[in-house]
Design a binder for this molecule. Structure first.
Ligand code: IFM
Length: 440
């Protein structure tokens, strides 16, 4: 009897995901560049610098992605390049993005374009960033320019990446710009980001009626540390609501949920053609009344959990299945817009990829419309406050020399993309320890 092979749908999208500031290099005109220059902001004083030098040479990495059997790529456009001064749009920057998208198409990679991935033009940051209600309107105007310039090559748009992460890291933990620890300011910024999403959604459809528009939601699993403790259950539920549910309720149900807000958000309702899932890990949550900044929760790991490098969290593939099943109730096509692991020596990534894709495959068996998977990421890139200390790439980068080295996982992912399946051969070659788990 032939051994089980886990097949994916014929038109499944296999790609990697990237973000402008993390790969382009020399993005000197945004709030992140300024943040990097401040002492103590980035681990080991690292800077994005030339990053992966995509502004000059993205095409060389697109060649690598195509060589690795991928048929899709998610990248972002940098607002501060397109609109370096308020109201002034730089056609040369838009031309560069046109060239990138053309290059992707020529290599058989379908682009998904993200319009906001954490960074803000300096001029916007100076006027209060996302706390300023004008930000959403200014974003809509920028989006219109980008869509007019790029629509020939793209109809799959991701308005905003992980608004919940931006709010949490920038306004509660204070480790991303603007570096605040101010709950009210964070919720204002969160509402404006979701308003910006909705304005962009409608504007894109007005310009390109057949466009497919969504946003990328970082869905983190929050489980009670002690499932028998009502306080742990309550606090895990509260964190889930604040981090996950509130950001979905606005564009789906047209409701502001606490802590993002209260009442109706009618104009946001129905502004998703698809939903993006960025899934990485889960937390166990214990009640702790001394931690108001994390909604009275202490986030810990299961005592027996395998941990990811750099304190990134638990290795928890079941979370992929749980997150996808949860999103399936929204009745929307789903893209896994990010999933990956910091793992410089690539000793966990092969198992991570196979197990997470296996859980995704299981959800597909229930006829859930999962359209594609974008691994985070193609080449090691600048990991925000962690600088270059966390390496998420299928391809290793030496940021000093630009030299690239394929990790074994690059070939593993290539073999899955080419076969459009997880085959027994892939399991045996790259993660034999999984044979008894997946092929009993
Ligand atoms: O690098 C980030 C990305 O910018 C947003 N999602 C999570 C990734 C890994 O931390």
């Amino acid at each position: 009897m032939p051994e089980a092979t886990f097949h994916f749908p014929d038109d499944f999208r296999w790609g990697t995901a990237t973000a402008a500031h993390q790969v382009e290099g020399n993005n000197t005109n945004n709030d992140w560049w300024a943040w990097e220059q401040e002492e103590g902001r980035i681990k080991e004083g690292h800077k994005s610098g030339l990053a992966c030098n995509w502004w000059e040479r993205a095409e060389e990495d697109f060649d690598r992605a195509a060589e690795l059997g991928q048929n899709a790529h998610r990248l972002s456009v940098e607002w501060s390049r397109v609109e370096p001064r308020e109201g002034y749009f730089d056609d040369a920057a838009l031309d560069r993005y046109r060239a990138m998208l053309r290059a992707l198409r020529e290599r058989g990679l379908e682009p998904m374009v993200t319009l906001h991935h954490f960074t803000n033009p300096l001029w916007l940051a100076e006027m209060g960033g996302w706390e300023n209600p004008r930000a959403a309107i200014l974003f809509e105007r920028y989006v219109a320019r980008v869509v007019e310039a790029l629509e020939e090559f793209c109809d799959l748009w991701c308005t905003v990446n992980e608004p919940n992460v931006l709010v949490y890291m920038g306004y509660l933990a204070g480790v991303f710009p603007p570096g605040k620890q101010d709950f009210q300011a964070g919720m204002r910024a969160g509402r404006n980001l979701m308003r910006a999403h909705a304005l962009a959604y409608r504007r894109i459809h007005a310009l390109q009626p057949h466009a497919r528009v969504g946003f990328a939601h970082n869905l983190r699993i929050f489980d009670p540390a002690n499932p028998r403790s009502p306080m742990d259950r309550w606090i895990a539920g509260l964190q889930d609501r604040g981090y996950n549910e509130a950001f979905l309720a606005a564009p789906i149900r047209g409701r502001w949920l606490f802590p993002l807000g209260f009442g109706f958000a009618w104009r946001l309702r129905g502004t998703l053609d698809w939903i993006g899932l960025n899934y990485y890990t889960r937390d166990l949550v214990a009640f702790d009344r001394c931690r108001p900044e994390s909604l009275f929760g202490r986030n810990i790991h299961a005592p027996d959990a395998e941990l990811l490098d750099g304190g990134y969290g638990e290795f928890y593939p079941d979370g992929m299945e749980r997150a996808l099943k949860r999103l399936s109730y929204l009745d929307l096509p789903i893209y896994v817009t990010e999933n990956g692991i910091p793992d410089a020596d690539d000793d966990q990534r092969p198992r991570y990829i196979i197990l997470h894709l296996h859980r995704l495959w299981r959800v597909l068996q229930g006829c859930v419309p999962i359209m594609g998977y974008y691994h985070w990421t193609l080449v090691d890139n600048f990991e925000w406050a962690e600088g270059w200390t966390l390496r998420f790439g299928l391809i290793e980068l030496n940021p000093e020399t630009g030299e690239r080295t394929f990790r074994p996982s690059a070939y593993l992912y290539r073999d899955i993309c080419r076969a459009n399946a997880i085959t027994p051969e892939v399991i045996d070659q790259y993660a034999p320890a999984l044979r008894p788990v997946l092929l009993p």
